[in-house]
Design a protein around this ligand. Sequence first.
Ligand code: 4NP
Length: 166
Amino acid sequence: MQASGHDQLSVLFVCLGNICRSPMAEGAFRAAAARHGLECHVDSAGTASYHIGNRPDPRAIATARDRGVDIGGQAARQIAREDFFRFTHILAMDEANLAGIRAQTPRDKTARIALLMDVLEDRRGQSIPDPYYGDEAQFASVWDEIAEAAEGLALRFAREGIHAVL
Ligand code: 4NP
């Protein structure tokens, strides 16, 4: 199926380990999509294999839970070839993740690939910092950035349609 043939919005969020940032992005975007009445498939993955099968980091789970979002049921996985065809949008948390994704992008991919922050006009090109070696305060500030982008993304999909965004 060509990219233009995808009528079902499907978004994959990608970070390094798939235990901190992208699980929070998956949860935040699910909540934002529900608020905007969007029907979509949402998932997350990592470029690295270290944490395959693991639950999100307990700090990420707690940060999301404190904001009313349950991400405790997620299990980490690594990005795979079929993701480039199955998803309409693949959104990386930082420049290194984006480079890792680009290095394995099939020539005939159909997904649109960008940084998550590209969705916000005034944050284009910016990365979400890796909170893994940080403290709770860093998880809180990472959540705030991710949640703002997730809300902006859902709003744009609702207003502009899935083929017009990024
Ligand atoms: P994430 O954070 O990419 O936001 O899931 C990290 C998780 C684990 C590691 C690095 C970053 N790690 O080196 O194990």
